[in-house]
Design a protein around this ligand. Structure first.
Ligand SMILES: NC(=O)c1ccc[n+]([C@@H]2O[C@H](COP(=O)([O-])OP(=O)(O)OC[C@H]3O[C@@H](n4cnc5c(N)ncnc54)[C@H](OP(=O)(O)O)[C@@H]3O)[C@@H](O)[C@H]2O)c1
Length: 288
């Protein structure tokens, strides 16, 4: 089913095809009065092909997972569910408990993808062993990482079964292109797509002047889309990046889904490169 999705396009390290645009859920579920709107927005996104939903045990201390669980009830088999384990829960003694708690909140018997949220003090080898045990138990179908820079990825994939990691979720948007220097090429070489978080730079708040930039506005207008849609189209342009924008209304979700069919031209990309240049040297991984 996922392979036939109309937004299908990015192939994970294990061959699974997932949509080029999914849905983030940070802060979703925090405010009970927004519950029904947020559930409808997520379901509307799934209907339009954004059937990858990203959450984490950290988000709202489980409130995001609880809301996602309600949203996907009755459509679980159509959704690719991603959750994340805190680094301090990613050791052999706690990872199973964390995963079980996420499964319970999400009202499901398996996660499609489980990510180490960021690197902590637990050795990678122990986290890999824990992830592999969860795969053997059928509680997760595959695993990956988040917020790891190139040196960390090299270290991880040198370890036994480290190459089973299918993705690395990192910050990436037009105003923050640091990963293009070495992490993105390294992951492309290793057939491991990037999952881009904050692809809208948190509605522009992470980079002053991004949304209203004349080049962004001009190209968006020519394609008859808005700057946010342009940012998403730019983010997924290579076919090796999945963007996971968070949107809490059906209007935003619908706009975001449409971004998958925007075809940027070479000239568009050249203009955007001039306005927001690629890095020419190594810069530390951007995070929020
Ligand atoms: N692994 C990590 O460490 C990490 C860190 C940060 C985020 N993430 C994941 O990545 C997801 C995305 O990142 P993010 O939520 O921080 O930021 P984001 O997706 O870049 O931006 C979200 C903001 O953009 C707005 N928005 C969405 N669609 C829009 C549209 N079409 N037009 C105008 N505004 C629009 C949203 O408003 P509304 O809500 O009002 O629609 C919200 O304010 C998160 O939700 C989370 O799942 C992971």
């Amino acid at each position: 089913m996922i392979a036939n999705n109309k937004l299908a396009g990015v192939t994970l390290g294990d061959g699974t095809i997932i949509p080029r645009i999914g849905q983030g859920t940070w802060f979703i579920g925090d405010n009970p009065s927004n519950k029904s709107t947020e559930i409808r927005a997520l379901q509307c996104g799934v209907e339009q092909g954004m059937n990858l939903i990203d959450t984490a045990e950290m988000y709202g201390d489980g409130k995001s997972e609880l809301l996602v669980g309600e949203a996907i009830k009755g459509m679980r088999d159509r959704v690719f569910v991603v959750s994340k384990v805190y680094p301090h829960h990613a050791g052999l003694n706690l990872i199973v408990q964390s995963c079980d708690n996420s499964l319970r909140r999400l009202q499901t018997d398996r996660l499609d993808l489980y990510l180490l949220h960021w690197r902590g003090s637990v050795p990678f080898s122990e986290t890999i062993e824990g992830m592999e045990k969860l795969v053997e138990a059928g509680k997760i179908l595959r695993w990956g990482v988040s917020n790891l820079d190139t040196a960390d990825m090299k270290e991880l994939t040198r370890l036994t079964k480290g190459t089973h990691c299918v993705t690395n979720q990192v910050l990436y948007h037009l105003g923050s292109r640091g990963i293009e220097y070495d992490l993105l090429p390294w992951q492309e070489e290793h057939a491991m797509p990037i999952m881009a978080y904050c692809p809208l730079a948190q509605a522009g708040s992470l980079r002053n002047g991004l949304i209203g930039h004349p080049t962004v506005k001009e190209i968006a207008e020519r394609h008859q889309v808005n700057p946010f849609q342009l940012l998403l189209a730019w983010c997924i342009r290579s076919g090796n990046v999945i963007a996971i924008p968070k949107a809490s209304s059906e209007v935003h979700v619908t706009q975001n889904a449409k971004a998958a069919s925007i075809q940027l031209t070479e000239e568009d990309l050249r203009k955007l490169d001039t306005a927001f240049p690629k890095p020419t040297r190594k810069v530390p991984l951007d995070i929020v």
